[in-house]
Design a protein around this ligand. Structure first.
Ligand code: RP5
Length: 316
């Protein structure tokens, strides 16, 4: 697909930050310069975790809702698992009535978007802030509207046997990040996860990193305490990288992923770098991976890593 980019309305990050109870260390700042591409992965033909659910093709020029597209007839799909109504899913608004509070904190569930106020269509369903995806319903996402996640980007400088920083082709030092291999599609990714209702972002970041990159769920209590201590130290100082829409292949016209991505950098190589990595929970692999423009990873994660490389003046 084309590489066109769209600059979006300034996100209402500050409001979101207080409502999700973000702690001081992980304070979110607005990222004005971040460019969001027209979604591409959110228009992938075969819907994830299915073999035969095909999105209707939406050409670049028809992605934006503002462009008239009277013939638009998206395929309708919500997975069986979501329709069974687990705790993390909303009622099915295509078959039942429910009074969900759009663009607001709805009990403990945040239906507030980092992208500003989203529209509600004539069908009374929230509209994806980037535009059409070729699929109506929730797919395999639980929430109508934004589904909030958090992404911990843990980095260190790549070093050689003599402990010297390794340089890339552009003469800049090479950064590495902790990457996990996702169980659902085997793609490499940042070890992020969904924010539970009422949970603060720092809790999500620590929990997901512990479960996916350190396998904390399968450790003894004593080992878990050690992991917790290491994670608490590591996650003490984070810098904001991005907050907003994610070009996730699971997105639909009415449900989409949003994230808050923070960078936890081990400058000296004596902190995180010493942590023993062990894949667990939703991850089947974990490793330190070089940041480079050649990376092929999940959703919009490459964009977040490029931003980290820019901030730390690393090779890309
Ligand atoms: C992506 O999905 C986010 O950036 C985050 O990494 C991830 C959260 O979903 P799960 O890993 O919990 O499936 O959009």
């Amino acid at each position: 697909m084309g590489s066109r980019v769209a600059r979006l309305a300034k996100p209402r990050i500050a409001k979101m930050t207080t409502e999700t109870g973000c702690t001081k260390q992980a304070k979110i700042q607005r990222v004005d310069s971040f460019l969001i591409r027209l979604h591409e992965k959110a228009r992938c033909e075969i819907y994830p975790r299915t073999t035969d659910v095909k999105r209707v093709k939406v050409e670049d020029k028809y992605v934006k809702w503002a462009v008239d597209y009277p013939d638009y007839s998206p395929v309708v799909y919500t997975s069986e698992g979501v329709l069974k109504g687990p705790v993390w899913a909303d009622p099915d608004l295509l078959t039942t009535e429910a009074n969900l509070k759009w663009n607001a904190l709805d009990g403990k569930v945040s239906r507030i978007s980092h992208m500003g106020s989203y529209e509600i269509g004539k069908d009374k369903l929230p509209r994806n802030p980037i535009g059409r995806t070729g699929l109506k319903g929730r797919g395999c996402l639980g929430r109508w509207g934004p589904n909030h996640a958090a992404d911990p980007i843990v980095t260190r400088w790549r070093r050689d046997e003599d402990d010297k920083k390794v340089k890339g082709e552009d003469g800049k030092n090479v950064l590495q990040f902790v990457a996990v291999q996702r169980r659902d599609n085997h793609q490499w990714a940042i070890p992020g996860g969904m924010v539970d209702p009422g949970e603060v972002i720092t809790q999500t970041l620590k929990r997901e990193f512990g479960e996916e990159a350190m396998n904390s769920l399968e450790k003894t209590e004593a080992e878990r305490e050690d992991i917790e201590k290491a994670i608490n130290e590591l996650f003490d100082h984070g810098t904001n990288v991005y907050s907003g829409y994610v070009d996730d292949p699971r997105n639909t016209d009415n449900s989409w992923m949003e994230t808050v991505a923070l960078n936890f950098h081990d400058e000296s190589g004596s902190g995180v770098s010493q942590i023993h990595l062990h894949a667990g929970d939703d991850a089947v692999g974990v490793k330190w991976m070089d940041l480079t423009s050649k990376l092929e990873i999940y959703a919009s994660h490459k964009d977040f890593l490029q931003e980290v490389a820019r901030k730390l003046q690393a090779s890309w």
